[in-house]
Design a protein around this ligand. Structure first.
Ligand SMILES: [Zn+2]
Length: 401
């Protein structure tokens, strides 16, 4: 029988138990997660509440540790319970087996994104509570559903509820990303996601003619304008090595459809773009340009949006934000190198920031290849355990602001 020094660690055991729950899309069953968290709450000695902001398949689980001054705005430690699908044939270990190999690598979907962080939050709280720590602020540890589908049934509908307001959150922490080197990325903002559809009408007719005002010509013009703009952003990235992808606007042509048959000029063509609007982009001007290009090419184009997120201001990372100061002090004392960045994708933090609550995205996983949503997702056990120590320090600091 293969045993190793990590298997007997209590926190590693809890973590692996949570990883073995297949709360996986497209149809995650969260009931075993809720039951697991109930047992955790009981073990730690904290009250637990379950809310259903969207429907009874999608719970929000919250454990609460009341502070010495419960009237102060609280700290929210958030994670999501859902994970993205797996292709088991591409894995060298069962994706919900949580195997540990001889190097201490724990393999399972969710080891990075983000059952690790949720369990590190709980483990840090367990340790702090056990050693008799007391904090000024109340700490809520939340576990939400549906983040991987954009939070439709999770954080997005939860934030506008009275139940969320009653938590009186003053500062939130949520997921970040692993980092293959020594430094830890820290995310303080996100770009606005727009999925833009151009529904282009034009003169229809026989493919043998040269009709004016065809949908094809208009599509060509719109694609050209979007690609010109895309090129300016590629150049910005190339010209300034300080910039990372989250700092610029990304534009990608993602869908084209339409047409009747190849010898008929079609009355309608559709082209869609995935756009992630950088925080320094003038969104009104960008939108006005989209409409101007449609007018310039002769009109008859309807713009629709599958997603059109507002610009959400980033969380301040300077002395104006006492929670940032407390966070930074903790990571400085631990001698961690922290790289503040704008997140490339989207997380639940955006719904929290959108109502004016500062939020930082941080997953304490350095020296780890970035494998979220990939095959053979893993975290090394010592990195995981070190993350608990890091959270203990950060939580102690921010909960005493
Ligand atoms: Zn995630």
């Amino acid at each position: 029988m293969c045993t190793n020094k990590w298997e007997s660690d209590e926190e590693i055991q809890y973590f692996r138990e949570y990883l073995r729950i297949p709360s996986v899309h497209p149809d995650p069953d969260y009931k075993p997660c809720v039951e697991f968290l109930r047992r955790q709450a009981k073990q730690i000695g904290l009250p637990l509440k379950v809310f259903y902001p969207a429907n009874d398949q999608n719970p929000v689980v919250i454990l609460t540790w009341e502070g010495l001054q419960p009237e102060l705005p609280s700290i929210l430690l958030n994670s999501h319970m859902d994970v993205v699908p797996v292709f088991p044939e591409n894995w060298s270990h069962p994706p919900f087996g949580a195997d540990i190999d001889e190097e201490g690598r724990i393999f399972a979907r969710g080891t990075q994104d983000m059952k690790s962080v949720g369990m590190q939050h709980l483990a840090a709280i367990r340790a702090l509570k056990k050693n008799g720590s007391k904090f000024k602020r109340t700490i809520h540890i939340s576990f939400v559903a549906d983040e991987e589908m954009g939070g439709r049934y999770g954080m997005r509908p939860f934030v506008p509820t009275d139940d969320f307001r009653a938590l009186n959150v003053g500062f939130a922490m949520d997921e970040g990303l692993a980092s293959p080197n020594e430094a830890f990325p820290l995310f303080y903002g996100e770009r606005a996601v727009w999925r833009v559809y151009f529904n282009i009408s034009g003169s229809a007719g026989h493919g043998s003619l040269l009709l004016p005002n065809t949908a094809g010509e208009k599509l060509n013009y719109i694609v050209g304008k979007m690609m010109e703009f895309r090129k300016t952003q590629v150049q910005r990235l190339q010209n300034n090595p300080e910039l990372v992808i989250g700092d610029v606007t990304t534009i990608n042509l993602t869908k084209v459809s339409g047409g009747v048959q190849s010898n008929v000029v079609p009355p309608l063509l559709m082209v869609a773009f995935d756009c992630r609007l950088a925080l320094d982009l003038d969104i009104e001007e960008f939108e006005a340009n989209l409409h101007k290009w449609c007018d310039d090419v002769g009109g008859g184009i309807e713009i629709t949006y599958e997603q059109k997120q507002p610009k959400v201001p980033p969380t301040a990372i300077d002395n104006s934000n006492p929670f940032w100061v407390a966070f930074k002090k903790a990571t400085d004392e631990l001698k961690l190198s922290i790289n503040p960045e704008i997140f490339t994708g989207g997380t639940d933090s955006r719904y929290i920031r959108a109502v004016g609550i500062p939020a930082l995205g941080f997953s304490p996983m350095n020296k780890t290849p970035v494998l979220l949503h990939d095959h053979d997702e893993f975290i090394q056990a010592d990195i995981y355990l070190r993350g608990i120590q890091i959270f203990k320090k950060i939580i102690s600091n921010v909960a005493n602001v």
